[in-house]
Ligand binder design. Structure first.
Ligand SMILES: [Fe+2]
Ligand SMILES: [Fe+2]
Length: 205
């Protein structure tokens, strides 16, 4: 199944590329950025686990999704620790724009959960985040390669792509018309993402 709607956050692509190029040029910024991505992946895994354990809808696909998001968190943590040369927690000095990164996930989750419930809330939240993740990781891979970094995001991107298709498929199976609600959710996500990007830019000296 292909993507059945377009996601045009092209307005901030040049900004994101400029930010990523600055981050990749500084090893101190880059390990903190990698650790921030680890935090976001970890929060994603934890949110699925926290919201999908009670409802009786916990299928194998969802457990696999949790496992893969947890592995993404570990992947970025491993890269961050290798670049930093030390073990890293998620404390404020080891990440970038920590409060805004946490707020991005919390506010998106809160907004989507107010207008959809149960499995639908999980599926919409995941879909909106996967759309951003796939767009973001493709650009990040470009900049990593251009900066001479050896980090490869291909496996992670393939998993995010598959999650995206699974979320679409499962929402379709529940009778959801994506064209109706997704535009509102992605428009809100765009606002939250730009706020996060602004905070990340401010945290670069
Ligand atoms: Fe992920
Ligand atoms: Fe994912």
């Amino acid at each position: 199944m292909g993507i059945i709607f377009s996601f045009p956050p092209a307005t901030c692509e040049p900004r994101l590329r400029a930010f990523l190029a600055r981050v990749c040029a500084s090893s101190d910024l880059h390990w903190r950025f990698l650790n921030t991505l680890s935090l976001l992946e970890h929060i994603g895994a934890r949110k699925i686990m926290a919201t999908q354990t009670e409802g009786g809808e916990l299928c194998g696909d969802t457990l696999r999704h949790i496992a893969e998001e947890a592995r993404h968190a570990w992947f970025f943590k491993r890269q961050a620790e290798a670049a930093a040369g030390q073990a890293l927690s998620y404390d404020g000095a080891s990440i970038m724009a920590g409060p805004q990164a946490r707020a991005y996930m919390a506010r998106l989750d809160g907004t989507i959960a107010r207008s959809s419930h149960g499995a639908r809330a999980y599926l919409y939240m995941s879909l909106v985040i996967e759309l951003r993740a796939v767009w973001f990781y493709r650009i990040y891979q470009d900049v990593l390669t251009a900066s001479g970094k050896t980090i490869k995001l291909g496996g992670l991107l393939a998993e995010e792509d598959r999650h995206l298709e699974e979320m679409q498929g499962q929402l379709g199976a529940l009778g959801e018309d994506l064209a109706v609600r997704l535009a509102d959710f992605t428009a809100y996500e765009e606002i939250r993402f730009q706020a996060l990007l602004s905070a990340l830019e401010r945290s670069c000296p």
